[in-house]
Design a protein around this ligand. Structure first.
Ligand SMILES: [Zn+2]
Length: 146
């Protein structure tokens, strides 16, 4: 395996030329080998970067939870969000939703997520017991193109 790789990359040929005293030819082969080596190093760096990106995406995917409508990020026991479902599914980006009176809005894709009536009512009247809240109703509106 190692010897055939040596043959293929031209090192053996360069060595043979050196032994035979054909130094100029050997030098030419070594120069082209150097170029190939640098290209391989560059490719290796690019692959390492790509691998790190994939690893961080997988790491993120483990922390992201879907509530049937929006995404939440569980980070060290802390719940962050909500985040836009469309942007995450399409681009892998966690885009914070901006809360309005009765809906959340994504400033990136302009998607709207309805806040259930009971949930928004508790914002104004904190005395309402939280356990009476119903689960978030899945609802998504795409803003019409202007
Ligand atoms: Zn979005």
């Amino acid at each position: 395996m190692a010897s055939s790789l040596l043959q293929a990359t031209g090192f053996k040929r360069a060595l043979t030329l050196c032994i035979e005293g054909r130094h100029q030819e050997a030098e030419a082969i070594l120069r082209s080998l150097q170029d190939e080596f640098l290209a391989v190093c560059e490719e290796n760096d690019a692959l390492k970067t790509q691998l790190n990106e994939v690893a961080s995406i997988l790491d993120l995917a483990e922390k992201v939870q879907f509530d049937g409508q929006k995404y939440w990020l569980m980070d060290d026991g802390e719940k962050k969000g909500p985040f836009c479902q469309v942007c995450y599914d399409r681009d892998g980006l966690l885009v914070n939703l901006q809360q309005h009176e009765s809906h959340w809005e994504c400033h990136s894709c302009k998607g709207l997520y309805m806040i259930p009536a009971k949930e928004s009512a508790t914002k104004k009247r904190p005395t309402v017991i939280r356990s009476t809240l119903k689960k978030t109703i899945p609802f998504f509106l795409e803003r019409e193109m202007i």
